[in-house]
Structures are given as C-alpha cells and as structure tokens.
Design a protein. Sequence first.
Length: 332
Amino acid sequence: MVSYKELGLVNTREMFAKAIKGGYAIPAFNFNNMEQLQAIIKAASEEKSPVILQVSKGARNYANATLLRYMAQGAVAYAKELGWEHPQIVLHLDHGDSFELCKSCIDSGFSSVMIDGSHLPYEENVALTKKVVDYAHQFDVTVEGELGVLAGVEDEVSSDHHTYTDPEEVIDFATRTGCDSLAISIGTSHGAYKFTPEQCTRNAEGRLVPPPLAFEVLDAVMEKLPGFPIVLHGSSSVPQEYVDIINKYGGKLPDAIGIPEEELRKAAKSAVCKINIDSDSRLAMTAAVREVFATKPGEFDPRKYLGPARDEMEKLYKHKIVNVLGSNGKAE
Ligand SMILES: O=C(CO)COP(=O)(O)O
Ligand SMILES: O=C[C@H](O)COP(=O)(O)O
Ligand SMILES: [Zn+2]
Ligand SMILES: [Zn+2]
C-alpha cells in the first residue's frame, strides 16, 4: 500500500472547489505512453495549470499497470525539474469498472478514481459507487461517479442514442454514494465521431456543424446540486486541422466531428470543473506522425516522428489550458 501523498500527488477536492469558484475547469488528459505524459507535464508546468493525469483500464493493459504508475509518479519530479515549484497533479483512474480495479489503483498510489456504474440499473450504480467511496475515503482518495449514458462506446444500443442524466436522480445519487464529483451526460460522447452527419447541419464550406449540447440538463443538475463538481467526458473538439492533415497523408477519417470549443468554454465557467480530453491528443499525434512518414520517407528513428508528435501534443494541451478551460496560472 502506497499513499499518493508520499508521492507528491494531490486529490481533486480543493482543486475542484477552486475551479468552481473561479469559473474555470481542470484538464483531464489521458495518457498511455511517454510522449503523451511528457507533453502533458510540460504544458501544465509551463502554464502552471493544475492537471489530472488520466489512466484507463485499456492504458494499464497496454503499457503495464506498474510501469504506468511509476511514470505518473515520476511526473511530479519532472514537473519540479521544469521549474514548477508546487505541482498540482492528480493521478486518476478513468472509467473504473469494478471495485477491485479501483482498490488496486488506490493501493498503488492513485489520488482519485472514477467508478463508472452508469450502464448499471440505478440501485446497482448507487451500491457500487458507495462501496468504492467508502474504501477510497479512508485514504482521502476522491471518487467520480457517473449518471446518464454517453452515446457511442458507452451505449450498446446505438451510436447516436444518448440517455441524458436525469436531474431528478442527482441529489439522491450524490447523497447516498458520497461521491466527490459527478460525470453527466448532456450530449458529449467518446471518440472522433461524436455526431452522425444526419444529426448535423453543414456550413457554407460544407463542414459539419454539430447540434448543441443539452445545457438545460446541466442547468437543472446545477440547480439540484449547487456548487457540486460536475465532470464532462467525451469533450474532445476533434480539430479539423488535424483531421485534414491525417486525411491528406493517407488517413481516412471521414466526417470526424467533436464538441465546439465555444461550448466547452461555456461549460468551464459553470460547475463543470473537470473536462476529459483524449481523442484530440490521439489526433495530434497521428497527424504529426503521418506527416513525417509522408514527407520524410527515409526517416526510421522513432524520435524523429514521435518528437514532432510530442511537440504537437504540447501545443494542443497548452491551447486547451489557456484558450478553452482557463486553468493557466491557477497552480502558481
Ligand atoms: O472522456 C474521455 C475519457 O474519459 C475522453 O473523451 P474524448 O474521446 O472526447 O477525448
Ligand atoms: O473514455 C475513454 C478514454 O478515451 C480512454 O480510452 P481507452 O479505453 O481506449 O484507453
Ligand atoms: Zn460511463
Ligand atoms: Zn470518458
């Protein structure tokens, strides 16, 4: 058993309280490799932004759970080397699907976990989330629960079907589980295809324009739970520059579309205090790698294509921090 406190990590409690008061949101960036982690830490250090390092079950399986957590723990030392005196870094389990997985992360130094029981019947979601909270809180680890189902990978019924969070359930859920934050469904979804072309309109250039998020659901949740930390998953904006580069250099991402940054900016000013971004980083990395492969076919040193990918991700993370979430300078 190793406590995150010995590792210089922090939980989300104070971070979220400040973000809600200050009208900004904390970035939660997924990582599963060294270059992503370096780019996240460099961006957060240089912008003095609190940051949530997010690890999925898939990432643990890909990179090896032990190696991954040592990498994240090393991130605190790296941030200090970069001149960030008091790094505010959370190590968070993304989409935990069982008590055992959450416990294993808590026991190995995670400062925060998500237990995602959103696909379960309501009472089972409450019971599972409460079980994780009861364990986590003994060690001052914070817990994110989820109510409502995002379209796409979270929804087995169909890719364009959301079950928005029912605002009538949130008080009961938060009170009975004791969770520290709540992920809700208001129309975002995971991946690079957040809306089908049929759900969108087209602008003059023929680009897809997505339908708006259900801000009325967010407003109703905030009215029921004033000041309670809300989380948005599936919040990549799928930058069209990256999609174009990928498609130009042999990729195939037709009609990829995300959440407009304008909507995320608006959400960040509300009780939404954690915004999850993974796909945008994948797109930045893929665009940069494809461009090197296409324009410098003689390169075979991975540093020559992963290096530019890392630079592009760092640029992306800084852009999110400074221009979308407004978390820069909040961890001086
Ligand atoms: O919600 C996410 C991770 O939990 C990531 O969402 P995106 O696929 O929109 O980046
Ligand atoms: O919510 C999903 C995250 O983007 C992580 O995805 P993953 O399960 O492919 O690692
Ligand atoms: Zn979920
Ligand atoms: Zn998610």
